[in-house]
Design a binder for this molecule. Structure first.
Ligand SMILES: [Zn+2]
Length: 259
């Protein structure tokens, strides 16, 4: 899943949720076009340098002199960090049990469950989007430290990961919750109402690569830490005053604050 697109001058970067980055520099000749599937392109196909196709749309980059991909550095994904864990899509039941045990016996007991889910040396295949969705489905606080989790919480998380990733393995759409429009419960839904408890979904940028973590503070309360370890107040939302005011004025926030 594409997490963000960044543009600086003639450079355009598309960042996927597993840390893959597509970089294009358009210089004078390059251009990106957006077409519906089946629509006639306005430039010949042989000028295409790269195309990104999703079910209804295709984004085509023509004639860019620089088209390259790289991965954001992530120590958890770095090959020097050690042997990789099994891929959650193809893992056997015994391997899934081992992954669950790996969470509860994680080498850094103060690591949060949100961090540990992206550790490819424990379990592979969980990208940034599904991380938020898995934690929501388990009602777990993303900031729960792994040493506080019960073994059954860990089994729950790994099973949720396997269920979601396996149902996403064939079709092109990601659906973590078929009842919800767009299929995602919290990812990308900051400021919207949680489908389970009605509270407001929050977002926080965490980690070395500033990955966005989405969660509902109303119902993801299992093993929520009482205080933060840094002693500093966590930044729960865009600090911009307009965003804070917007959140405070949402009708369901007002009601919950009033009563
Ligand atoms: Zn909720």
């Amino acid at each position: 899943m594409i997490e963000r697109v960044e543009c600086a001058g003639r450079n355009l970067e598309v960042v996927w949720d597993d840390g893959l980055v597509l970089h294009t520099n358009l210089r004078l000749s390059g251009t990106w076009h957006l077409y519906r599937i089946g629509e006639r392109w306005r430039k010949p196909g042989e000028q295409m340098r790269v195309a990104i196709e999703v079910p209804e749309w295709v984004a085509v980059c023509f004639n860019a002199p620089v088209v390259e991909t790289y991965r954001e550095f992530d120590r958890y994904r770095h090959p020097g960090f050690g042997r990789l864990g099994p891929d959650v899509v193809t893992a056997t039941d015994a391997q899934l049990t081992e992954c669950a045990r790996g969470i509860s016996q994680y080498p850094d007991p103060q690591a949060t469950v949100a961090e540990v889910l992206l550790d490819q040396h424990l379990v592979g295949g969980i990208g940034n989007v599904l991380r938020s969705e898995i934690l929501w489905s388990c009602e777990l606080s993303p900031f729960a430290v792994v040493s506080e989790l019960h073994p059954e919480d860990c089994v729950h998380v790994i099973n949720a990961a396997a269920r979601m990733l396996r149902s996403n393995a064939q079709p092109v759409y990601r659906v973590t919750n078929a009842e919800l429009p767009g299929g995602l419960a919290v990812y990308g839904r900051n400021g919207q109402r949680c489908a389970r408890c009605g509270d407001t979904v929050h977002v926080r940028n965490v980690g070395e690569n500033v990955r966005s973590l989405y969660w509902c503070p109303g119902c993801q309360v299992l093993h929520q830490p009482v205080t933060t370890h840094t002693g500093e107040q966590p930044r729960e939302m865009d600090p911009h005053p307009a965003a804070a005011k917007y959140l405070a004025d949402l009708p369901w926030r007002r009601d919950s604050l009033a009563g």
